[in-house]
Design a protein around this ligand. Structure first.
Ligand code: FES
Length: 107
């Protein structure tokens, strides 16, 4: 696990709930999703596997899928599955928000 921040606020989420961070030279998109009063954090590749659009410029739909800003392909933030069915796969990593900070499960 690699520490991203002490608190999610440090990640500077844009109004769409997305932030882009660089971890070990790798660009990662972090999505903040509200489930009721709970905040959940997800991480995926910064670039769309279709044609490289910046996922952090996209949106998250009501089912927890990230929607690419360019051609609107949808991917599960939990497992990267291309739920709109075009056959791509988005790399995802688990994010944990614990008492001692926000961590990403990057190898
Ligand atoms: S670049 Fe993301 S769907 Fe085409």
């Amino acid at each position: 696990m690699i520490k991203l921040a002490e608190h999610p606020n440090e990640l500077n989420f844009a109004s769409n709930g997305m932030a882009e961070v660089t971890v070990n030279g790798k660009k990662i998109c972090v999505a903040r999703v509200m489930e009721g009063s709970e905040t959940r954090l997800f991480a995926c590749a910064a670039a769309c596997p279709h044609a490289g659009a910046r996922m952090a410029k996209g949106t998250v739909d009501g089912l927890g899928n990230i929607v690419c800003p360019l051609h609107r392909y949808k991917f599960s933030l939990t497992n990267g599955r291309n739920v709109s069915g075009e056959g791509y796969h988005l790399k995802t990593w688990k994010v944990e928000w614990r008492e001692d900070g926000v961590f990403i499960d990057l190898p």
